[in-house]
Write a protein that binds this ligand. Structure first.
Ligand SMILES: [Zn+2]
Length: 284
């Protein structure tokens, strides 16, 4: 589930490897992932890659001629560089960008049965006006916004949802929200408009420290080809049932339809164990 740190390291590694390379040809197998038709995808054939960068949880491939590919990996997509071209029967392929003068191929792949990852080819001046970017809140890293006022506007919404709302703050998802709230010692269900000045400041510090720490970790351990599964330095998320690394209490979890929220009851909820919706649904 790529979030800001995972997309950032992906952009950095691909930028280092591909900046200045010329695109031989691009194709979108099955046409399912490509959401635009003007300009056509072949408009980038023969053009140089100027930069690969991140916006929120999106990747942007800037191409010579004022064009940009905007890519969202969603939950199961990966953008990877391979030394060999994909076989035509590789069902994970969503976008293939072949690099001139080699067999190298920048490939958007997606695992699982759902096809959710998407690509748009946009004219650069229109890039930031695209709905996906125009609706993004301020970037969570490297300079997170002051959170007091920003969150006060969100009323009674719980922090766990608000911090993952890309329109409020861009880049945080289901993994890093658990880590950030644990670091700031805040309940996932605390109301967004119910933070003291100190709590809002601690939360902003936690946003920066955890995302920055993850990126620093990836700088140490991630090399090309970018692995399918990145080694996320998580302390709480995916650690339900294990001792809290700070206080030793058992990490608890709340199970939702498609994800799990983890927290330390001692540090975050004044000892209260939150209702597990999966259990309560089974008991109905
Ligand atoms: Zn704890």
């Amino acid at each position: 589930m790529p979030e800001l740190p995972e997309v950032e390291i992906t952009a950095r590694r691909l930028d280092e490897a591909l900046r200045g390379s010329v695109i031989a040809s691009a194709l979108a197998p099955g046409l399912n992932a490509l959401k635009t038709f003007d300009p056509p995808l072949h408009a980038i054939d023969g053009r140089a890659i100027e930069a690969i960068r991140r916006r929120g949880k999106h990747l942007v491939v800037d191409v010579d001629g004022e064009l940009s590919l905007l890519i969202h990996l969603m939950s199961a997509g990966r953008l990877q560089l391979f030394d060999k071209r994909a076989g035509m029967r590789d069902r994970t392929s969503r976008l293939l960008v072949r690099i001139e003068g080699s067999e190298r191929e920048l490939r958007l792949r997606e695992f699982g049965t759902r096809q959710a990852a998407w690509v748009k080819l946009l004219r650069r001046p229109e890039l930031e006006d695209d709905e996906a970017l125009a609706t993004l809140g301020p970037e969570a890293w490297p300079d997170p916004p002051a959170l007091g006022e920003l969150l006060a506007d969100q009323g009674a919404r719980p922090l766990h949802g608000v911090l993952r709302d890309q329109r409020v703050i861009a880049g945080i998802g289901r993994s890093w929200v658990d880590e950030i709230l644990w670091t700031a010692r805040l309940s996932p269900f605390k109301r967004a408009d119910d933070l003291s000045g100190d709590e809002a400041a601690a939360l902003r510090t936690a946003v920066f420290e955890r995302l920055d720490g993850a990126i620093a970790h990836y700088e140490e351990v991630v090399t090309l080809p970018i692995p399918d599964k990145l080694p996320l330095p998580l302390l709480v998320h995916r650690h339900a049932g294990e001792p809290c690394p700070r206080c030793g209490a058992t990490i608890e979890a709340v199970h939702y339809e498609s994800y799990v929220m983890c927290y330390c009851p001692t540090d975050q909820t004044a000892g209260k164990v939150l209702k597990d919706r999966r259990l309560s649904r089974l008991l109905k």
